[in-house]
Design a protein around this ligand. Structure first.
Ligand code: GCU
Length: 421
């Protein structure tokens, strides 16, 4: 897929992050089989200066993604409060300090985030941190009987879950997924929370954070935020806290997520420049794979099986993704000049690893325009070989999962671009 120009003349522009109700209906958007040129603004004018990119095109792209795909997120809350619930300074035999915190924000009664934060003890300065939501609760991430069980709704697929609640049976089940001890050994802190704290992963907008951002009596609108936007917003609230924690280097906050939570990490970091880097793993459709892609999951399928992940507007593209005025390389472009690593698995064709490489290729002109390097590889690398340019790519043998091999690549990439801790 090549990047080509798309010129959209209809529709007034909204240059702020505020809602752009004036973007045209899907029928009025031109079809483009190829990935559109992200340096062309919605009115067809070409971005000529860095200022134009920063002041016009970035806010416009953010509005477009929210309008047509993820739904509009509310602004950051005025203030957040963080409370340390438990602390263990001798985690991993004294190698780390583990904290469990509750982070509260927003309207009274809104859900809180239960954050698990593990920080290496042996260090001269604040630690870089890898931040990401988890699928099934903090109690799965470490083998520690004292970690609080999540109170929020739990999918039946979660190990040990009974009657949609977490149980002790799930403890430690994701130790090899999160590799916290390994990351700590490399000098990185890890911060994670259960995505269901913010919004349970089911097609129900009456639970989680969503109802707290509707005015009384108001119904959910077609461009209101879906679950992915809510989880991404939750990641940003974690950053609100992390930048206040003296143990954390706020210039080195790295967003990570697997699969649906990789889509989440991508959105969170693209929209929030406090993230210095993003590493979406096997994120696929709706994250890092092209919506126009022909391999793996389609827009229609994702909207049908997971109708709550995106806004209603996105469903209008089910049979015509070629009308989207962006594709996922636009989200990567929003990351520029910050480093991005797309990570994949050979057997995970559902996430379209080759299409993801094309997404990076199509984002490359924006990085070059901003003098930020780009994607140095001309073709997909062999499995196991990290492409570590500013736009990076990694694919390893195996299946859809997060493993030690993935973390080894993540941290090598982070070491290279943000400096070894
Ligand atoms: C499904 C879905 C994907 C998603 C994945 C996951 O396979 O179709 O879009 O990434 O679940 O989150 O594990």
């Amino acid at each position: 897929m090549r990047a080509v120009a798309v010129c959209v003349l209809a529709g007034a522009l909204c240059m702020a992050d505020a809602r752009a109700e004036s973007f045209p209906e899907v029928d009025q958007l031109p079809a483009a089989a190829e990935l559109p040129d992200m340096l062309l603004m919605f009115n067809g004018e070409r971005v000529a200066t860095r200022e134009q990119w920063v002041q016009k095109r970035r806010p416009e792209l953010k509005a477009l993604f929210q309008h047509y795909m993820y739904g509009y997120m509310p602004p950051a809350p005025d203030k957040i409060a963080a409370k340390v619930e438990r602390e263990d300074k001798k985690c991993f035999g004294g190698k780390a300090t583990r904290k469990e915190l509750t982070i509260s924000f927003g309207p009274a009664g809104a859900p809180v985030i239960n954050l698990l934060l593990v920080v290496p003890n042996e260090r001269q300065k604040p630690a870089p941190v890898v931040v990401g939501p988890n699928f099934n609760g903090n109690h799965e991430v470490l083998n520690d009987p004292t970690i609080a069980l999540p109170q929020a709704w739990m999918p039946p697929s979660a190990p040990g879950a009974k009657n949609n609640r977490a149980t002790d049976e799930g403890r430690g089940k994701e130790v090899d997924v999160w590799n916290v001890e390994f990351a700590v050994g490399r000098g990185y802190a890890v911060a994670t929370f259960y995505c269901g704290d913010i919004d349970p992963d089911k097609n129900d907008f009456a639970d989680g954070i969503h109802p707290f951002y509707l005015k009384e009596g108001q119904k959910r609108g077609p461009r209101d935020w879906g679950a992915i936007a809510a989880w991404a917003w939750g990641m940003q609230r974690v950053v609100d806290y992390l930048v206040t924690d003296g143990d954390i280097d706020k210039a080195r906050i790295i967003a990570v997520g697997h699969s649906r939570l990789g889509k989440t990490a991508m959105l969170a970091a693209a929209f929030d420049e406090r993230f210095a880097m993003v590493i979406p793993l096997q994120a696929g459709c709706g994250g890092t794979a092209p919506s126009r892609g022909k391999i793996g999951e389609s827009v229609k399928r994702i909207n049908t099986v997971f109708p709550h992940w995106f806004d209603d507007e996105f469903k209008k593209f089910n049979d015509r993704p070629e009308r989207l005025p962006f594709d996922q390389h636009g989200l990567v472009a929003l990351m520029a000049p910050r480093p991005v690593l797309f990570s994949n698995a050979v057997e995970d064709s559902w996430a379209n690893p080759a299409g993801q490489f094309e997404v990076l290729q199509a984002a490359d002109p924006v990085y070059r325009f901003l003098g930020a390097g780009g994607l140095e590889a001309k073709a997909m690398p062999e499995p196991g070989k990290l492409v570590d340019s500013t736009l990076g790519y990694f694919i390893r043998p195996g299946k859809h999962s997060m493993t030690r091999e993935d973390w080894t690549a993540f941290l090598a990439f982070a070491d290279k671009h943000l400096g070894k801790p």
